[in-house]
Design a protein around this ligand. Structure first.
Ligand code: SF4
Length: 476
């Protein structure tokens, strides 16, 4: 059974409080485990690399793929040392949430690794690895507590990559009203054009840098120049795409949020053509990167290999991050070049002018509009069973909106259960005649500040007020 919630706080509540209480009350004996994404666990190999790097005082060494630089200081060095010792002594399990103090995102990020960068069973630390230890626990558990993102990440990988295969699972989605949005987010794709060009140019330099170290490996000396050359081909195509996209942006009377939305997701013949070429070139290039990763993986298992293991590990991580990036590029351009078939639901395609960090860029996006088809294919059609629960699944007295948005099949059973609290009788909501709409954020805030005291009836006791504010600024 996989119980999926919307937030980490709810996961913790389930695993530490609700499930133990339920098991005790029912006299059941089942094992439960909490599963989190890789990003919540420190990677022992990265920890070693970071400590080495911090010791050697290579300023600016941590340059993440999105060009966020991180200069570790004395505090960071102390923190990494403390963590490394706690890992070695077994007093810390490597889980970010169980570290006693708050860790800054940028400090934590340097210690994590994605699945493409992880060397798995070839890793020197695999037996101590916090992530794999947590995964081993899963194998033994009958009830797994996860969050929606993790379930969607698993389904996006085909199912059965992180969690047990869907056909062996009964899913219970708490906060089920969020499922559609989460699915859409996971199956969308984005490419920032100039950022991708910069990434590819940097990759070409990095390849030149690795060349001399691996010169004794004839397979690599053949592969690396090809990868570098093909990265150049993609740069050329992206450079052709940029002015075309810019034209679309400039032709539009686009709204305040700086987005240009293609009507019916149709990007037009010109962009479709360049997207087709980009998808073709990126797909071939991705194939070469996969071969590179395989070659490095073999090198890690070869005791006679003429390059020190830490250097191979570093290159493996670098190649893994290139592979992830190539997959993201392919996901976007492959979607953009497809023409809509009759009766097919269009993709939402849009451009966004991005001038964060002082560099002007165009972000190209493609995303499913509704999760219904996705969830039907990947979840409802393959899982053993599923239950969705939430206080807000029903709209206008029925479940039709839920069915339309999430593709829950018609044969599913729907049930509405009365809550334990009689909310209808418990309070009265009064909306003042001169109330300001929540999406006029400043005016709304001023209204609350000016009027709140006079809106409250003077009564004995404590006043509790709840302000709900959505991320788009709407609120009340
Ligand atoms: S197995 Fe992967 S995640 Fe674990 S320590 Fe090694 S590289 Fe890091």
């Amino acid at each position: 059974m996989v119980v999926a919630t919307g937030t980490i706080a709810l996961q913790e509540q389930l695993i530490h409080k609700d499930l133990p209480e339920l098991l005790e009350a029912c006299g059941w004996d089942h094992s439960c485990a909490l599963v989190k994404g890789r990003g919540r666990y420190a990677c022992n190999l990265k920890m070693e690399q970071c400590l080495d790097a911090v010791k050697s005082k290579e300023a600016g060494l941590f340059l993440f793929e999105d060009e966020v630089a991180f200069n570790p200081n004395q505090h960071t060095e102390g923190l990494y040392k403390e963590m490394s010792e706690a890992l070695a002594e077994g007093t810390w399990d490597g889980d970010r949430d169980s570290w006693e103090t708050r860790i800054q995102d940028v400090e934590w990020r340097a210690l994590t690794i994605d699945r493409r960068q992880c060397t798995g069973r070839r890793c020197r630390f695999v037996n101590q690895c916090a992530f794999f230890n947590a995964r081993n626990e899963l194998e033994e558990s009958e009830c797994i507590v996860a969050n929606h993102d993790l379930v969607m990440a698993d389904l996006a990988l085909g199912g059965g990559a992180i969690l047990p295969p869907p056909e062996d699972c009964i899913y219970i989605f708490d906060e089920g009203h969020r499922l559609g949005d989460t699915a859409i987010r996971h199956f969308g794709a984005e490419c920032r054009v100039n950022n991708s060009i910069t990434f590819l140019e940097r990759l070409q330099k990095q390849i030149k840098g690795q060349g001399p170290l691996f010169e004794k490996d004839s397979a690599l000396t053949e592969q690396l120049p090809r990868i570098e050359k093909e990265a150049g081909n993609i740069i050329e195509l992206l450079s052709v795409a940029y002015p075309l996209l810019q034209q679309s942006l400039e032709s539009a009377d686009y709204p305040e949020d700086g987005r240009y939305r293609y009507a019916h997701g149709d990007v037009g013949a010109g962009i479709r053509d360049i997207a087709k070429q980009l998808a073709h070139k990126t797909s071939g290039w991705l194939g070469r990167l996969e071969v590179l990763v395989d070659t490095l993986n073999d090198a890690l298992g070869d005791k006679q290999y003429p390059v020190p293991v830490p250097d191979i590990e570093m290159f493996y991580q670098q190649a893994g991050s290139w592979q992830s990036r190539a997959e993201q590029l392919l996901a976007l351009w492959d979607r953009l070049h497809r023409e809509l078939k009759k009766g097919e639901m269009p993709m939402a395609c849009w451009l966004r002018l991005d001038d964060s960090g002082g560099n002007i860029d165009i972000s190209v996006n493609a995303s499913p509009i509704q999760a219904a088809e996705l969830l039907s294919d990947r979840l409802w059609g393959s899982c053993y069973g599923a239950v969705l629960t939430s206080a807000t699944l029903k709209a206008l007295g029925n479940f039709e909106t839920l069915k339309r948005e999430t593709g829950v099949p018609d044969f599913a059973s729907f049930m509405s259960v009365a809550g334990a609290f009689n909310y209808g009788e418990a309070a009265v909501i009064r909306v003042p005649a001169d109330a300001v709409e929540g999406n006029s954020v400043d005016a709304h805030s001023s209204y609350i500040v000016d009027n709140f005291p006079s809106l409250v009836e003077k009564r004995c006791g404590t006043l509790g007020a709840v302000f709900i504010k959505a991320s788009d600024g709407a609120g009340f």
